[in-house]
Design a protein around this ligand. Sequence first.
Ligand SMILES: [Zn+2]
Length: 446
Amino acid sequence: METLRISEIYKMLHSEKTINLTPAFQRNAVWGAKDERELIDSIFRKYPVPEIMVHPRTPDSGMTTILDVVDGKQRINAVVSFIQHIHTNSTKPFKIKIDEEICDLHDLSEEDEKKILAAPNLGFEELPPKLKEFFLGSKFRVFELEGEDFNLTSLFKIFERINKTGKKLTPTEIRNAMFSGFPFMKIAKQLSEKKKLGLFLETNGVISLGQKQRMGDIGLILELLVLIKDGIQDKKKTLDAVIKGERSDKFVKKAAKDLISIINRISKIFPSLKETRFNKHSDFYSLVSALKDLEVQGYSLADDSRYKDAEWMLRELGSKVDELRDDARIGKPLPGKNKSLEGYFLATQHSTDTKDFRLKRMNYIKEIIGPIFGKNDRVRIFSEEQRRILWHSAAEKKCIKCNKNLSWEDLTIDHKQAWSRQGETKLHNAQIMCRSCNSSKGKRRA
Ligand SMILES: [Zn+2]
């Protein structure tokens, strides 16, 4: 679709509900009555009107494509309000002044013209049929932001464009417009400024300085956040997930926390990530996805010495893939010896950002490092029953550490041998402690 008639826009908005004027990234700015009249006036004077930008999206539930309006909300509101006789943001009736120039431009009959010039302020229904028809048939040019063209960089360009054609926005406002609309975007920006994430990606060469300047760091972080919360996605679809914007602050904050914890684990496994191929975008993404998946399935590294093993195994995988790549450059066919390794290699050669290839790489990494991860099904929390037994059987109801008298409310149960050091969650390994001693113990250990 290259153009949309005003009559079509009206129908799509009101009966078909296939135009969405309030996607997450829309600004809340509303035109005043004067701005609205000016646009209608321009249409009757056949002045060029800026195009409307939409992002077509097909909801999971239906077949109908919804057009999210990226730019043009105020223009659409204005034409629809004019038809409905009332301004968007006021209770005033929506009338415009038709002058001689407009009459001439539309070749109105003398009779019509005379009538109009005597009472020139008219609402839509009061227009002569010729002008009504002209208005409903007027077209807006439509610019569709689709598929791969619609990425973070293009989004920036879009806002630049809005800056040029519509109300002026300063560069800071453009940034703010982008980051205030999308909850995921906001948190990605914050994370990109964090030492633990932004700096980590930069110093390990996952993100180059050039990429950073084009906001590639924020783009990658967005992808990782979506990966953490929604699982592996096609890169193309990531931004869709982001702009849907139906995410609470709490939800994205949890995603950010989970991501940081995985990045911490990666930095433990790979003190020198930049020497390996796992600092490449696609491999890095796969590593994050594999670690996340193992965690979701309840696997973890039993102790710190296992980090070394994981590093060694991943380095091995990396070098083997590099060797295959080297051979492929000089035209050597794949040896056909190790199917999953070669599968991993093939999944790094092209279309590396598709869901299918991303899944393949994740599964292979899991195959490699999975065996050193142990199923983490040990119970950590003492049950209510254990808590009662300990309380009633305690000779003295005093904190084991500070010796203060305990109340039931202040009671916590502590592992004698720490749970993280394989201590069991059983009565023989339990001692009673006050809340503040227990929580300071936790901090000290971390
Ligand atoms: Zn205490």
